[in-house]
Design a protein around this ligand. Structure first.
Ligand code: ARG
Ligand code: ZN
Length: 874
């Protein structure tokens, strides 16, 4: 539906249980050339929970051509139903009945990638949140759970593989003698009732990697991972990750898999990362395929976590699902927490935590402080697609993590056991989840629940004094207003802390000798006191125990103590970040020189480098400067060019001043042969960082060195890493390397995405023209979301000095891209539109230029994009 009129607002407060339940659904999906016929037979029953006894049945549907409709076998005359505005109303239906509809759809024309669509010659589906209504008429809401039987029919030669949810129960050829010939069908039965958003179907000619997993109770589960034939060699890592995830969920949560088969299908055209459809996960190729030659270490880690995430949904999402879409974080926040903990157990916990926090702070915090701010459980929406946000996912995960922290691991596990047992097979709410936490622990969490309903990033200010052997720490909280929520209430904020002596050793906080404690800040201001022999350096918010901004007037010595000695990985990293931010602020605000600032930090950084061998990945995190976006968010008004100059000068100074160290690291961390383990990944990470600093400093011989690294690379991490450094610094050989790379990898879509991204990431206004040229490159495709994200997403979200080029060219390119995309795929357009959320923070001329460009796009925007633009434009 493409109209710019204000779409309907859906409100949590208006929730009503469904009028009719659908205990059984039988689908017959007949895939033809150019169209598909879907016959849906629904068994319907009036919902006893609705005492208003509604007599009309209302179903959802979009882009469906209704061919026939019958009730209990009798064809319905047109007077018995009405089709309008995406609804099919069947008048005066009985208490219990069967409804059969036949619709015609056109998956070949579906570029929105919702419902049934085609991707590289296969057919696949994406139904969450409201895509099922593009397949057939149905009560498309998560609280209607139905048992599905699905028959898929298609040409046997082109689509030898026909998949759906559950177990295959029958198959056959289409009757002989029919003129089409060569068609076949498979029937799948899913024994578990599920909401239609978990429905999936795939038809294609795919390669399969097979394995098995034996569950704790001894059941053997077949594991089938599917991809295009050419990608069969890129499925091993996902298989290993899947088996680890299955074992982990048994061990840590007592959750066993429940079907005889678990399938994953890799799809090139996909709006999001992946989807947890019951027994048939569908993945963006970027989140499942991995091979050292084509995939970076970071992407390997992402595959491991996304495979686990979708697998974990089988319990947190599928067996227990959401009552309505306002409860999305019930499954997403919880499942992100589960996948983060899984990754922490599989890799270095300290590194994973810092990465997760870094992501939250750099992306979710700005969302929560800007025009798109909304609570973890929103109260209203226009398009639910726009609420698959960092707040619902990442802040939602922190809200679950805090409950884990408050209850302790043992009680948390008892509470999740209770949750899964009590609500198995039901569609429930965030309140139901917290109620289990309360019941098990005996704690009153009513105040805590504000974390679900109140938007905005809380600011916790700390002040301390040390008098007569008593250390008093006063914590105050304040949450600034967000759109639609002017007044904020105090939250329950767990603050984990330690107090370090001048040598950086943690002091005993009580008679038992505990050196770490959690204080709970519940009121606007509270003071906590500790008798101590010396004035300490506070190590606050350890492990990032709450998603808040901590303000404390650390002096430089304290930060250096924390960086050098704190045993908490987050606090060490946070200390480094604070040192970088204040050095950059002196350059940006006071015009001090980068070299001067670097000299102040030098001893601390040398200390980190000296200890780098202990944990190279952690050292890399500590030695990585905040992004220009993050730096820009600390200065008002936002002036991206100025931020870029300062950040660049500082990095160049850092590259020069520690040149010998970087050279030594680049050489000593070089591995004779490729290895895939965490240790090798950590070394590569630090080595590539060292090379990046040498590249920035244009150190002697670095262009040659990088060209060789690029040419002889043992894996994609090195190859794309070297290419990126050559290109972003415009070093000798950069253009040739770009050409060679494109030539070598032109048939590998995920590698070509990286090629586009590397170029879009080059700071400075000249990148706008380059991006524009790349939009006409033969390999650029508007219909391929990964490609769009690689080129335009990188420019808009990762390259402020190009996006906000002073001549407004970046803004105009953005507006053009939004328009083009919106006509193809409104979800992707709306998501890209989020990139304008800093509009009001920009320097005035830039803000005007962006506003003008966006106002033009607003005319005729889809409902998805319109909702985002209206919030941003105010
Ligand atoms: N549930 C999926 C996940 O695990 C996300 C799917 C969202 N899709 C969408 N079109 N909004 O994260
Ligand atoms: Zn999810």
């Amino acid at each position: 539906m493409r109209d710019g009129s204000p779409a309907n607002v859906t409100r949590l407060a208006d929730y009503l249980p469904p009028a009719y339940l659908v205990p059984r659904t039988h689908l017959d999906v007949d895939i033809r050339d150019g169209h598909t016929l879907v016959t849906a037979t629904l068994t319907l029953e009036r919902n006893p929970a609705r005492d208003d006894r509604p007599e009309d049945l209302v179903l959802d549907g979009e882009h469906l051509e209704l061919l026939s409709l019958s009730l209990d076998g009798a064809s319905l005359p047109a007077s018995r139903y009405r089709e309008a505005d995406g609804r099919l109303t069947v008048f005066a239906v009985p208490e219990c009945f069967e409804l059969t509809s036949v619709v015609r759809i056109e998956p070949e024309k579906n570029t929105a990638l919702e419902g049934l669509y085609r991707s590289n010659g296969m057919y696949c589906t994406q139904c969450e949140a409201e895509g099922f209504r593009r397949i057939t008429w149905f009560p498309d809401r998560p609280d209607v759970l139905s048992r599905f039987t699905t028959t898929v029919r298609a040409d046997r030669e082109h689509y030898p593989l026909l998949l759906s949810n559950g177990n295959p129960v029958a198959s056959g050829e289409e009757p002989e003698g029919k003129e089409e010939g060569g068609r076949h069908w498979v029937t799948w039965e899913d024994p578990f009732p599920k909401p239609c958003y978990l429905f999936a179907l795939v038809a294609g000619d795919l390669a399969c990697l097979k394995d098995t997993f034996t569950t704790t109770s001894g059941r053997e589960v077949a594991l089938h991972l599917y991809a295009e034939h050419r990608d069969l060699d890129k499925l091993d890592h996902a298989m290993v990750s899947l088996k680890k995830a299955m074992a982990w969920d048994e061990r840590v949560y007592g959750r066993e898999y429940d079907l005889d088969i678990f399938q994953i299908v890799a799809v090139s055209h996909f709006n999001m990362g992946a989807m947890e459809n019951k027994g048939l996960n569908i993945f963006n190729t970027a989140c499942v395929l991995a091979h050292p030659a084509t995939t970076t270490d970071a992407a390997f880690e992402r595959v491991e976590s996304v495979v686990a995430h979708e697998y974990f949904h089988n319990w947190s999402g599928n067996r227990v699902t959401c009552r309505d879409w306002f409860q999305l974080s019930l499954k997403e926040g919880f499942t992100v927490f589960r996948d983060q903990e899984f990754s922490s157990d599989m890799n270095s916990r300290a590194v994973v935590r810092v990465e997760n926090v870094n992501f939250l702070v750099n992306h979710q915090f700005p969302e929560d402080q800007g025009p798109l701010a909304h609570p973890v459980r929103p109260a209203q929406y226009q398009k639910i697609d726009n609420f698959y946000t960092l707040t619902v996912y990442e802040k939602g995960a922190e809200v679950v993590r805090m409950q884990h922290e408050l209850l302790g691991a043992r009680d948390f596990r008892r509470a999740t056991d209770l949750y899964f047992e009590r609500f198995d097979g039901q569609a429930v709410t965030c309140d139901d989840f917290v109620a289990c936490m309360e019941e098990v622990s005996g704690r009153d969490l009513s105040g805590f629940k504000r974390w679900y309903s109140q938007a905005g990033t809380p600011i916790v200010s700390a002040e301390d004094r040390y008098v007569d052997g008593l250390y008093s720490l006063t914590l105050s909280q304040h949450t600034p207003p967000t759109p639609g929520q002017a007044d904020k209430q105090p939250l329950m904020i767990p603050v984990k802390l330690a107090l370090l002596d001048p040598q950086g050793k943690p002091l005993a906080l009580n008679d038992q000798g505990d050196t770490e404690t959690v204080v709970i800040l519940e009121r606007a201001t509270q003071t906590f006191s500790f008798p101590l022999p010396v004035k300490p350096t506070p190590s606050l918010l350890r492990g990032f125990s709450a998603p808040v901004i901590l303000r404390y007037d650390f002096d430089e010595t304290q930060l250096q103590t924390l960086l050098a000695h704190d045993s908490d990985g987050f606090c060490r990293w946070d200390a480094a970040q604070r040192l970088y931010f204040s050095a950059l602020a002196r350059i940006i605000e006071q015009g001090e020189s980068a070299e001067q600032q670097l000299e102040r930090l030098r001893p601390a950084l040398e200390g980190v480098i000296r200890r780098a061998a202990e944990d190279p990945a952690q050292a890399a995190l500590l030695l990585t400067l905040p992004t220009e976006t993050a730096i820009g968010d600390r200065h008002s008004p936002l002036d991206p060019a100025r931020v870029h100059r300062a950040a660049h000068a500082f990095k160049v100074a850092l590259g020069r001043a520690l040149g010998e160290d970087w050279r030594r690291l680049a050489e000593s961390l070089r591995e004779p042969e490729y290895r895939a383990d965490g240790d090798a990944m950590g070394k590569r990470r630090l080595r590539m960082l060292a090379l990046a600093y040498l590249g920035l400093a244009e150190a002697d011989g670095i262009a040659d060195y990088l060209q060789r690294t690029f040419r002889d690379a043992a894996c994609m991490t090195e190859e794309i890493g070297a290419l990126g450094i050559l290109v972003s610094n415009g070093l000798d050989g950069a253009e040739t390397a770009l050409e060679q790379f494109a030539e070598r990898w032109r048939d590998e879509a995920l590698v070509m995405d990286q090629w586009f991204a590397v170029q879009a990431a080059v700071p400075g206004p000249a990148t706008v023209a380059r991006a524009k040229a790349l939009m006409s490159h033969p390999a650029f495709e508007w219909t391929l979301p990964n490609r769009v994200r690689a080129l335009i997403g990188t420019l808009v979200n990762g390259n402020p000095s190009a996006f906000h080029a002073e001549d407004g060219s970046g803004h105009r390119l953005f507006a053009e891209a939004l328009k083009t995309l919106d006509a193809i795929n409104p979800q992707i357009a709306a998501r890209l539109g989020n990139g304008a959320a800093r509009l009001d923070r920009l320097r005035e001329d830039l803000s005007t230029s962006l506003r003008t460009a966006l106002s033009e796009v607003r005319e005729g925007a889809s409902a998805n994009l319109a909702e985002v633009l209206d919030r941003i434009l105010g």
